[in-house]
Every structure is written in structure tokens, then in C-alpha cells.
Design a protein around this ligand. Structure first.
Ligand SMILES: Nc1ncnc2c1ncn2[C@@H]1O[C@H](COP(=O)(O)OP(=O)(O)OP(=O)(O)O)[C@@H](O)[C@H]1O
Length: 296
């Protein structure tokens, strides 16, 4: 795929500075009718909380960052701010490259439109010409699988959550955007589809793209991410190597019931992961070569 870079290798692609977003909880006070009529007091009291606050970090081109934290910690909110679908109340998020977001399963597909129309709409919004989409259409649908192909002309809202995720992942990862945001999508697909997604994510990382992954699966985070960011109640707890951040999160959640690995065990795990990754890369390379021979 042809990624059109605007930055140089090693340059920051995302800069988050003192980021804060405040949400309204909207609590109704129990006022008496007398208070409402005579004192004209409002029935709603402004009740807000900071879903993210004082967040600052920089992400370099080609980094794979995993976001960890308990439910409600602010992970999805942070991805939406990087995607630009939510605006900050404080601070700023600057993205220096295009972003392909796969958030809330579907990357923003429209339920009333057919799957086919959603492919053209989403890819078009990300700058692809109709001709370029025509050329990639088969690849997207092949990736999404036969059930999606059979339902291409159905309204997207009739798709099962697994089929929505298949189409969403197929389209979003076919875009040429250098930054990929993935939020818990891998959790809904079946085993075969998940393997396909893993493979494609590895290929995109090999191409030097930048990944933000939100997942509650330690295995998924450790497989793809080299850097971890730990959020608790909207605040940054720590930012560092993925395995150390995962250990910190596990300790935060389980307390003394969690036994961290020894430095030797940690190093051994790192090496095993690297070796498995290299084996998968070589297997992909061999498959590609075989395909080329068959095509010639
Ligand atoms: N649009 C909104 N309006 C009000 N509150 C919101 C809104 N979106 C999210 N929240 C709240 O903001 C907090 C952070 O939510 P967020 O979805 O970012 O957490 P998360 O870390 O992704 O959680 P999970 O692991 O459960 O997916 C939660 O308390 C959530 O209820």
C-alpha cells in the first residue's frame, strides 16, 4: 500500500498537550414544586467531571502504543480526541498525519446505507478517489469474508456485530492513512477473523505506520505494542515499555495477588515474542513469494 507521509521517520506524529475533556453528568435535583414556581430555580444542576485531565505525551512515527486502564478510565475518549471526533475543553491534540479510526466497531459507518455504499463513503472521506476505491474494493470485501460479500447491498445496520467489525476492519486498514486507531474491535470477531486482523496489523506496522490499540487483552497488547500508556480516572499513571506498563496495571488491579516476573523471565518472554514475530514475518514473506510465482 502507498502511504503518503508528511513527516520524516522518527518525527512526532501525535502531540498531546495538557489535554482535558469535561463531560456533563446531568443530575436532576429533587426540588419541590414551590421552589420551582416561586424561586424559579433550575431543575438541573450542572454536574460535570473530567473524563481526561492534564494529559501530555508525544508519539513518534511508527510507534505502537497500547492503552490500558480499568473501565471508564478514559481510553476510548482519548482515541476519539486523537481521531478528532471529540474536541478538547483544555489543552490540545495535534496529529501531523492522517488518521484511520476503528472506534466503536465500525469506524463511523452509517446504518441506513448499504455495506457497499459505506465502503465508498468512508474511503472517499479519507481522500481516496472512486477509481482507487474500485481497485481496492475486491481486496476489502475478500478480507471481510463471504458473509459480508453476500450482504453487500443490505443496510449496514442489519449486519451482526461480527460482520460489522469485519467490514470496518477491512475498510479502515485498506486506507493509506499513517495513523491507525483500533478500539476493542478484535474482541468481537471469530478466531479465524482475529488471526487475519493480527496479520494485517503486523503488516501495517512493518510499513512503519503508527498504531494506538485499546484492549483488555494482555496478549493482544503485548503482541503489537512496544509502548504502553496507563490511564486511571482520566489521568496518566505511567507511560513506558508495554511489558512494564502491563505489570504495573496488573499490580494496580490485583494488588499482592499478582506476582511480577523476574528480570530473567521478562527478558525470556521478550525474546520469545520477538522470535515468534520474526517467524510470522518470514512465513508471510514466503507466502507472498509463492503467490508471485503462481501469478507469473
Ligand atoms: N459522551 C459522554 N458523555 C458523558 N460521559 C461520557 C461520554 N463518553 C464517555 N463518558 C464517560 O467518560 C468516562 C470515560 O469513558 P471511556 O469510554 O473513555 O472509558 P474507557 O477507559 O474506554 O472504558 P472501557 O474500558 O469500559 O471501554 C466514563 O465515566 C464514561 O461513562
Amino acid at each position: 500500500m502507498a502511504v503518503a507521509w508528511r513527516t520524516k521517520p522518527g518525527e512526532p506524529v501525535i502531540e498531546v498537550k495538557n489535554l482535558g475533556v469535561e463531560f456533563l453528568r446531568g443530575r436532576r435535583r429533587n426540588l419541590s414544586l414551590r421552589e420551582i414556581v416561586y424561586r424559579r430555580q433550575a431543575t438541573h444542576v450542572k454536574d460535570t467531571f473530567w473524563a481526561l485531565r492534564d494529559l501530555s505525551f508525544t508519539v513518534g512515527r511508527g510507534e505502537a502504543v497500547g492503552l490500558v486502564g480499568a473501565n471508564g478510565g478514559g481510553k476510548s475518549t482519548l482515541l476519539k480526541m486523537i481521531a478528532g471526533t471529540l474536541l478538547p475543553d483544555e489543552g490540545s491534540v495535534e496529529t501531523k498525519e492522517g488518521v484511520a479510526p476503528l472506534i466503536e466497531l465500525t469506524g463511523g459507518f452509517i446504518g441506513e446505507l448499504s455495506a457497499r455504499e459505506n465502503i465508498y463513503l468512508t474511503a472517499g472521506l479519507h481522500g481516496m478517489s472512486t477509481r482507487a476505491i474500485d481497485e481496492r474494493f475486491e481486496e476489502i470485501v475478500d478480507f471481510a469474508g463471504p458473509q459480508v460479500r453476500a450482504g453487500l447491498n443490505l443496510p449496514f445496520r442489519h449486519f451482526s456485530s461480527g460482520m460489522q467489525a469485519r467490514l470496518g476492519f477491512g475498510v479502515i486498514t485498506c486506507l493509506d492513512e499513517p495513523i491507525l486507531l483500533v478500539d476493542e474491535v478484535l474482541a468481537v470477531g471469530d478466531v479465524a477473523f482475529r488471526e487475519k486482523c493480527y496479520d494485517r496489523m503486523e503488516v501495517l506496522l512493518e510499513e512503519g505506520r503508527t498504531l494506538f490499540l485499546v484492549s483488555h487483552s494482555a496478549a493482544d497488547l503485548m503482541r503489537f505494542c512496544t509502548r504502553g500508556i496507563f490511564l486511571r480516572q482520566g489521568q496518566l499513571v505511567d507511560d513506558g515499555p508495554m511489558d512494564l506498563i502491563m505489570e504495573q496495571y496488573m499490580h494496580d488491579t490485583m494488588g499482592d495477588r499478582y506476582t511480577p516476573p523476574t528480570p530473567e523471565e521478562r527478558e525470556e518472554e521478550r525474546q520469545k515474542r520477538e522470535q515468534a514475530k520474526e517467524e510470522r514475518r518470514l512465513a508471510r514473506h514466503a507466502t507472498r513469494e509463492q503467490q508471485q510465482v503462481r501469478n507469473n
